[in-house]
Design a protein around this ligand. Structure first.
Ligand SMILES: *Cc1c(COP(=O)(O)O)cnc(C)c1O
Length: 402
């Protein structure tokens, strides 16, 4: 893969006609080392945030040994890349054939569930995969439904068992599980560590109600990155509060603490170069959009950091919205995206922090979606891991190098 200094160097070298995805393996490796060294437990990478094989190898090389897969496709992908990785199937609603293949062919022993129906499905499929003998090597994590009130993207409606049903499900799961876990997801981009404290208190209530021995507490994903207007406290604050609350839970002596970051491990890995094809007032028509890497920008109004890639880029800024390349009115990103007021057609823009739920979302709709990929050596537009956020709680920043 071509290595360049930064996005401007890519534009100078090739003036790309298609959107170009930029990889920053050094940033992903740094994020992985941070979690491996500082999270007070085990870190599972949630593959759905960005299933790029290159990224998965970078994370493995940086010490991430466990992977949260949510489909049999993700299980095949990670197993193909990393024969020694531990795979955990953390989607609480699975096809029986997916459970069977995961157990038999990919060595998966950890599954999540949120209903008695799913427990029975897991029992039957793993027994079949184990030549008709009920397995004794399962780790089963009961997913609790918890609030998403501190998070920018809710994950509170679809999955998770209510506290009132948790005792029965935990007791029934304990019968089949060699290791019993409780997991949850506080929602993505959790802007306060109290999200985890509140969820862990719910886990405590469930354990007390059920009077079962619990071996794993899995606090899920939700660890935030930095975007314009979304400046979370440092991750160390999250880890400290999680650790303290976890230590006070009534779990077994040998219990383990797990987490499943997707966004926090992948957001800084990618940015994208797009070209302005037309300007209409404060609307810029660019060559990637809602059906490309900007799904979240279009559908949930997510704001990504931007910068103009022009040598003489200075002067006053103005707020712009974007239209993507397809013929669909929905291909619109409200922003606002702040860029130099004299931006014009033919200019290139770098859109940052697209490693999580960005680069992974590209489709071929309407004949668009072709991309070039290259590697760059500069810093991502913002970082949780650079150590230069002196007191991030009072800065309004997205740390920018330019
Ligand atoms: C999506 C997901 C994650 C990752 O969430 P982030 O907010 O990206 O950290 C982790 N666990 C499960 C079960 C998920 O569905």
């Amino acid at each position: 893969m071509q290595l360049h200094l930064d996005a401007l160097a890519v534009v100078r070298a090739s003036a790309p006609d298609q959107p170009a995805i930029l990889n920053r393996p050094h940033a992903a490796a740094r994020a992985a080392r941070f979690f491996v060294e500082k999270f007070p437990g085990k870190t599972l990478y949630a593959v759905k945030a960005n299933p790029s094989p290159d990224l998965i190898r970078v994370l493995w090389d940086a010490g991430v040994t466990h992977y949260d897969v949510a489909s049999v496709g993700e299980a095949r992908l990670v197993r193909g890349l990393l024969p020694e990785a531990t795979l955990c199937f953390m989607h609480p609603v699975k096809a029986p054939s997916a459970i069977l293949e995961a157990y038999r062919d990919h060595g998966v022993r950890t599954f999540s569930l949120d209903s008695l129906e799913e427990l029975e499905k897991i029992r039957l499929a793993t027994t079949e995969a184990n030549d008709g003998v009920e397995p004794t090597d399962l780790t089963l994590c009961v997913r609790l439904r918890v609030s998403s009130e501190y998070s920018e993207l809710s994950l509170a409606s679809k999955f998770g068992c209510e506290l009132s049903d948790a005792a029965e499900l935990l007791q029934a799961t304990r019968q089949l599980a060699d290791c019993l876990g409780i997991c949850f997801h506080v929602g993505s981009q959790a802007m306060s560590p109290h999200a985890y404290v509140q969820a862990l208190e719910k886990a405590r209530a469930a354990i007390v109600d059920a009077s079962v021995t619990v071996d794993i507490i899995d606090v899920g994903g939700g660890f935030p990155s930095i975007y314009p207007g979304m400046e979370p406290p440092p991750l160390e604050d999250y880890f400290a509060l999680i650790d303290r609350t976890y230590e006070s839970l009534p779990v077994s002596y040998s219990a383990e603490l797990w987490c499943e970051p997707g966004r926090a491990l992948s957001a800084e890995y990618n940015s994208m170069i797009v070209r302005v094809e037309k300007r209409r007032g404060d609307e810029l028509y660019i060559n990637d959009g809602a059906y490309g890497a900007l799904f979240d920008a279009a559908h949930v109004g997510w704001r990504f950091p931007v910068r103009l890639l022009r040598e003489d880029a200075n002067g006053d800024n103005a707020d712009f919205s974007f239209y993507g390349p397809t013929c669909d009115d929905m291909d619109h990103m409200e922003g606002p995206f702040e860029l130099p007021a004299d931006i014009r057609s033919g200019d290139y823009i770098e859109i940052g922090m697209l490693g999580a739920y960005g680069a992974a979302m590209k489709t071929r709709f309407n004949g668009f979606g072709a991309t070039e990929v290259c590697e760059v050596a500069d810093e991502p537009m913002s970082s949780q891991y650079r150590g230069d956020r002196v007191d991030p709680r009072v800065s309004d920043n997205v740390v920018s190098l330019r």
